[in-house]
Design a binder for this molecule. Structure first.
Ligand code: TEU
Ligand code: CA
Length: 559
């Protein structure tokens, strides 16, 4: 397999609003990030993926961009940005920017012009349609509730917005739009950034017949089903690759909602014509309810294993996987499929981490995951900040699909704000995140769970992550080895083998609080396998085949 720096890197995602506030206004900012670079260096990560920091009216926390070449007021200035980039590079840390080009903000000057008249030169930068029988052009729903079409009085036409109505979709069919986007990307590359994470890049090419979408139990058509992996998406990405990406030594990861294995082999093919890797979402979409995202049924471990293993084996040698449990759109995995109780939180966090970080692909850590941060106990709707949760709460309850109480329960389990509570730095007021009033509540468990405490204790979750990251750099087998799942039907233990040449790795992670039996595979039984890492001081597995609660242990065997 071809080696590459981005295959051997560990990436850390920063959601700037919630990371660290340097000036007491309650909002995380760039200088806050700069002040924590030494912390990240100590953790050992190689790359930061920075969620959007561009100018934005913040309808969707920066994913609605009004100027791609300027910095959001609350986050600081371009000078602050340049300093952060330089300080990161000084420490050998790379920075990957979030590229949000499926849509802009409705306050972007392109849209302001586009909506001004039917014959404006930028009219065709966005997707405008006449009403059909006085109504929306088709049944598409927005990912943030309601119709995906907004009627604009001024010209009597609808524009498309797959997300909020303040996020109009760009018209990628227009070569001028593509040129603007590519020029903007080049500008950032010339500045010296190290790559792009591409927001909903699988949605940029729309079927020009704009067909209705299946209803799937919703009030509107499930537009995701018809806009993902559209007819020209690969053509557009190949053009982007030729005109921009191929000219720089950068990494790219496409956020590809609705991606299948077959599609991923195109997006992230090792021939390098499009992107380096994709984010797929099958493993975090297993707990979808009857009406899409909202529900609180935990997925079964066997389902998770099936999905993860499919991606591990099918992309092997053809494309490259990204590995993640958490991001700013997902609840904390520790609360979702792990155990966040006081008694088992740490073991469970380490078990989840081991399970993911020993796989083939590039691992992503979401801020606070390395501290074992958990979901937050949101009780009332006014504690929430996320447009997705707030809109869904009202839409679902008003339509009589779920009660408000049910929606609050689902939001507590799955809402995006779980990931967006401030990073817990220490046990002082507001977890040391800000000296002011935080823009979103701090998780009250910060007195127990915080970076200061984690850094001081050698057996903490933080130090465990540090070790996992270091191991990946020491052992090629962790990065490149072949993956083979053991016991697919077992609902308690996730175990697999990695192989590279003569070397073998055995990864065994318990997902339960009971002691459970594990059958050591023959190739390891009675052999002189060395423990690489474990969340217990001693493992009994090789002695009597018993796993302790949430035990995770990895053995290496060199023939
Ligand atoms: O997310 C795309 C996306 O598919 C989400 O709407 C996802 O379905 C949802 O968050 C799951 O709860 C990206 C960004 O990651 C997200 O933060 C933005 O809100 C969205 O695009 C629009 O830019
Ligand atoms: Ca601030």
């Amino acid at each position: 397999m071809k080696k590459a720096w981005w295959k051997e890197s560990v990436i850390y995602q920063i959601y700037p609003r919630s990371f660290c506030d340097s000036n007491g206004d309650g909002i995380g900012d760039l200088n806050g990030i700069t002040s924590k670079l030494d912390y990240l260096k100590e953790l050992g990560i190689d790359v930061i993926w920075l969620s959007p920091v561009y100018k934005s009216p913040n309808d969707d926390n920066g994913y609605d961009i009004s100027d791609y070449q300027d910095i959001m007021d609350e986050f600081g200035t371009m000078e602050d940005y340049d300093r952060m980039l330089a300080e990161a590079h000084k420490r050998g840390i790379k920075i990957v920017m979030d590229l949000v080009v499926n849509h802009t903000s409705d306050e972007h000057r392109w849209f302001v012009e586009s909506r001004s008249s039917k014959d404006n030169a930028k009219r065709d930068y966005y997707i405008w349609k006449d009403p059909v029988d006085g109504k929306e052009p088709n049944n598409w729903g927005s990912c943030f509730s309601g119709s995906a079409w907004e009627f604009d009085e001024q010209t009597g036409m609808y524009y498309l917005h797959l997300f909020s109505k303040k996020q109009p979709d760009l018209n990628w069919e227009n070569p001028q739009v593509r040129k603007e986007v590519f020029d903007m990307m080049t500008w950032w590359c010339e500045k010296g950034i190290d790559g792009f994470r591409m927001d909903v890049i699988s949605m940029i090419s729309k079927d020009q017949s704009f067909p209705d979408a299946p209803l799937n139990g919703g009030l509107y058509g499930d537009s995701g089903k018809v806009v993902c992996n559209g007819p020209r998406v690969h053509e557009f990405l190949q053009e982007m690759n030729q005109k921009v990406l191929s000219k720089y030594d950068i990494m790219t990861v496409g956020e590809c909602a609705g991606v299948t294995i077959e599609e991923a082999k195109k997006y992230a093919n090792s021939d390098g014509k499009e992107l380096n890797m994709v984010f797929q979402f099958e493993h975090v979409d297993l707990d979808m309810g009857e009406h899409g995202k909202w529900g609180d049924q935990r997925p079964k471990l066997s389902q998770i294993k099936k999905v993860m293993s499919k991606w591990q084996t099918e992309l092997d040698e053809v494309a490259w996987n990204s590995l993640f449990w958490c991001n700013h759109d997902q609840p904390r995995m520790l609360s979702r499929i792990g155990n966040d109780s006081e008694e088992y939180r740490e073991r469970s966090a380490k078990s989840l981490a081991t399970c993911l970080h020993m796989m083939q692909g590039t691992p992503y850590i979401y801020q606070g995951e390395e501290l074992g941060m958990t979901n937050a106990p949101f009780e009332t709707i006014d504690q929430l900040r996320d447009i997705e949760s707030i809109n869904a709460y009202y839409e679902m309850s008003e339509a009589g699909i779920y009660t408000k109480e049910e929606m609050m329960r689902f939001i507590r389990y799955k809402g995006r704000d779980n990931a967006r509570t401030p990073v817990q730095w220490d046990d002082s007021e507001n977890a040391g995140f800000t000296t002011g009033t935080p823009w979103i509540m701090v998780n009250p468990n910060y007195r127990q769970i915080n970076a200061k405490e984690e850094l001081a204790r050698p057996d903490s979750v933080f130090h465990y992550y540090q070790k996992l990251i270091a191991l990946r750099k020491q052992y090629d087998i962790i990065v490149y080895g072949k993956y083979q799942l053991l016991d697919p039907e077992d609902e308690q233990v996730y175990a697999y083998i990695r192989t590279l040449g003569e070397e073998k790795l055995l990864v065994v992670c318990s997902f339960v609080k009971e002691e459970v039996k594990f059958d050591v595979p023959e190739m390891f039984a009675g052999k002189d396998a060395k423990v690489l890492i474990s969340n217990y001081e001693e493992s009994d597995v090789m002695k009597n085949g018993m796993l302790q609660p949430y035990e995770a242990t990895v053995w290496i065997l060199k023939n």
